[in-house]
Structure formats: structure tokens, C-alpha cells
Design a protein around this ligand. Structure first.
Ligand SMILES: *Cc1c(COP(=O)(O)O)cnc(C)c1O
Length: 373
């Protein structure tokens, strides 16, 4: 016991607890990002936590839900809704398209009893984006509660819950915000709080509970946290919102839009049979560009080959059944640059050429650069 031993210091370790005031200030910054006056609750978990929590709090046996399916997340929401005892009317559109406000209007007219609408804004998994502003008008006119998954759109395109009449708007930082995956947020309208309070089956005294945050955090003036917050993730969320504020949200969104249109233009010029998965450019999400591979090419193999030249490229094969036919070029946060787009096109071009397909990599780069301007 003669020498004193001291642990090595590490930036992730021995963190001071995050204060309630700091936590509240991060919530306020997220609210500004969403341009909302609704309550914003930051949840201590990946976005699936508020996505599930919001459905279990507001849907029950008396609910008739219109569940719009434009990708894999819509399917999950339908399962949760059914599990809560809601009657679910699924409105599915092919994954390479977006849903239209007219389709929503038609469904609501056919089933006037619908009192809940769930929608995914942008789908990173399929690369489409839905016209939420127009849909919001239709939903508001009908009077249903409007639940929106904006995880893949926040930071890449406008997300405006107040202007669009969204009652529950869920975001996560891990896509276009370039932030951590371990925390998420949901904006909650007065109408949504009222629906939860009236729902005897809404989670209470539970990690899934939004009402706990309402009653024990918001109504108490945000003085006492429910439990120790995840400091690392909260600090990373604060840093990522700060970075967006510094660059300017409009600039960040423009960068994502440019990355998507440059990728699209580059792929069309590249040739080799590769084509945009979402045919209509107005329905393509700025957060990720999905591509369809030509017959005889397996998407996951092409991606593996392309990543051998540069493992850091934001390329992925589609999930599940789409792994054979779909390639995703993600434009998340710092990856939404012309350099990254160019590098992705080059890597994909090289991999296609190895398969014996005729490609024009120089044309692809020129196409991408022209679209960026
Ligand atoms: C990415 C994403 C989420 C978050 O889910 P992960 O499984 O963690 O990726 C939720 N909704 C949508 C639409 C997403 O794109």
C-alpha cells in the first residue's frame, strides 16, 4: 500500500451526471430544430422506443387506425397497433413509390371511423419520401390523430409538426443529423396528451411511458429527471444539434438534397444497368438513394466488392429480401458531400466493370458534379 494507484483518464469515463437544466436545454434545442411549440420529450433509447411508446399510449381497443405502409417500418407499426387492440386498416403502396394525399383522403372517406393515422415520412430502407404537408391537411380535416416517423427525414428535409398538424413526431439523431443512435425524441401535441391520459392501457411507470415524462418531468417544470440520463448520448445529441445550428439547418438539408440528386444523376450517367430504385425523383428521399441492380448482379455481392476499395463508403445492400436487388447509398450527415458521392459512384462503377458491364465512370462523376450545382 505504499504507492497510490490512479485509473487512467478517458473522455468517455467519470462523467458528471447530466443536470436537469442541461437536459431541458437540449430538449429546447430539439424543439427549435422542429420549429415546434409542442412538448418535446427526449427518450433514453433508440427511436424505436418513442415509436412504440407513442403507439401504445394513444391506440387501444377503441381505435381505428389507418396505417400507411411505404416500407418496413410501416409494417412494424401495424403490428404494434394490432397488439394494442386497435382495428387496423393498412394502406400499402409499392416500396418504390410514395403515398399520395388523394389515397389518404380516399381511405378516410371509405372509413370515416378512422381516428389515428400512422405514416413514415422518409424511408431510409427503401429510399422514398412521402408528402407529409399535403397529407397533414387531409388528416387534420378528418380530425384523426397524426403519428409520424421522421427519423430518416429530420436534417435531410423539412420536418414541421406544428405546420403540418402532426400530433406525435418521432425523430432520431442517427441518420441525417449525424448523431448518436442511443437517444431519440418525440414532439407531443395537447391532443395526443389528452388521448394518452384517457387511455387506461397507456404505459405508466414503464420505460415505454410518455405519460411518466409528462407527469413527473414536464408538469413539474422540468426540475427532476425520472432517472439518470445517458450522459454520453445526451452530450452527443447536444453536439450534433449544435453542429446543425452552426452550419444552418437549411444548408444541412440542401446538402442532403444535393447528395441525393447528384447520386441519381451520376448513376444514370454511369450506366451498367444500375438505376434508381425510386423512379420518380420527386418521391426520392434526400437521406439515402436506393438503386436497383441489373439482372444477373447480386446487390449484396456488388456492395461487398465496392467496399473492399474503401470500407468507409456509406454503401449498403437492401435489408432482408431486398439484399439481392437493392443498393443503398446513404447520405447521412457528414457523408452528404460531393466527394463521398463521387467516391461511391467510382467504387460501384469499378465493381460493375469487373462483372463485365459497360460503365462510364468519368461521365458519372461529371453528371454528379453538374447536379450538385
Ligand atoms: C432508421 C430508421 C428508424 C430507426 O430504426 P433503426 O432500426 O435503428 O435503423 C426508424 N424509422 C425509420 C423510417 C428509419 O429510417
Amino acid at each position: 500500500m505504499s504507492e497510490e494507484s490512479t485509473p487512467v483518464t478517458h473522455p468517455f469515463l467519470d462523467l458528471a451526471p447530466l443536470s436537469a437544466a442541461r437536459f431541458a436545454s437540449i430538449e429546447d434545442r430539439v424543439a427549435r430544430l422542429l420549429d415546434t411549440r409542442q412538448d418535446v420529450v427526449i427518450m433514453q433509447g433508440e427511436a424505436l422506443l418513442p415509436l412504440e411508446g407513442a403507439i401504445r399510449a394513444t391506440a387501444g381497443p377503441g381505435t381505428t387506425a389507418l396505417n400507411v405502409i411505404t416500407g418496413p417500418y410501416g409494417q412494424t407499426f401495424g403490428d404494434w397497433l394490432r397488439d394494442c387492440g386497435a382495428r387496423v386498416i393498412d394502406l400499402a403502396v409499392p416500396f418504390h413509390t410514395a403515398v399520395t394525399a388523394a389515397q389518404i383522403r380516399e381511405a378516410l372517406a371509405e372509413h370515416p371511423e378512422i381516428d389515428f393515422v400512422s405514416l413514415v415520412h422518409a424511408e431510409a430502407a427503401t429510399g422514398n419520401t412521402n408528402p407529409v404537408a399535403e397529407i397533414g391537411e387531409v388528416v387534420r380535416e378528418h380530425g384523426a390523430l397524426f403519428y409520424l416517423d421522421a427519423v430518416a427525414s429530420i436534417g435531410a428535409e423539412p420536418v414541421l409538426p406544428d405546420a403540418w398538424g402532426v400530433d406525435l413526431c418521432v425523430i432520431g439523431a442517427q441518420k441525417a443529423m449525424g448523431g448518436p443512435a442511443g437517444v431519440s425524441a418525440v414532439s407531443v401535441s395537447e391532443r395526443a396528451w389528452a388521448r394518452m391520459s384517457a387511455n387506461p392501457k397507456a404505459p405508466r411507470r414503464s420505460y415505454l411511458s410518455l405519460l411518466d415524462w409528462k407527469q413527473r418531468w414536464i408538469d413539474g417544470g422540468r426540475k427532476t429527471l425520472l432517472h439518470a440520463p445517458a450522459q454520453l448520448e445526451m452530450l452527443a445529441l447536444e453536439a450534433c444539434v449544435e453542429r446543425i445550428e452552426t452550419e444552418g439547418l437549411t444548408t444541412v438539408m440542401a446538402r442532403h438534397a444535393f447528395a441525393a440528386s447528384a447520386t441519381r444523376a451520376g448513376v444514370l450517367a454511369l450506366g451498367g444497368g444500375l438505376e434508381p430504385y425510386v423512379y420518380d425523383a420527386t418521391q426520392a428521399a434526400p437521406v439515402a438513394t436506393t438503386l436497383r441492380v441489373p439482372p444477373g448482379v447480386v446487390a449484396s455481392e456488388l456492395v461487398t466488392r465496392a467496399l473492399e476499395s474503401d470500407p468507409a463508403l456509406p454503401l449498403a445492400a437492401g435489408g432482408g429480401a431486398l439484399a439481392k436487388e437493392m443498393i443503398r447509398v446513404n447520405h447521412y450527415g457528414g457523408d452528404a458531400t460531393v466527394d463521398v458521392v463521387r467516391a461511391c459512384l467510382t467504387a460501384l462503377g469499378t465493381a460493375l466493370a469487373e462483372k463485365g458491364l459497360t460503365v462510364d465512370p468519368a461521365g458519372a462523376r461529371r453528371g454528379a458534379e453538374a447536379a450538385w450545382r
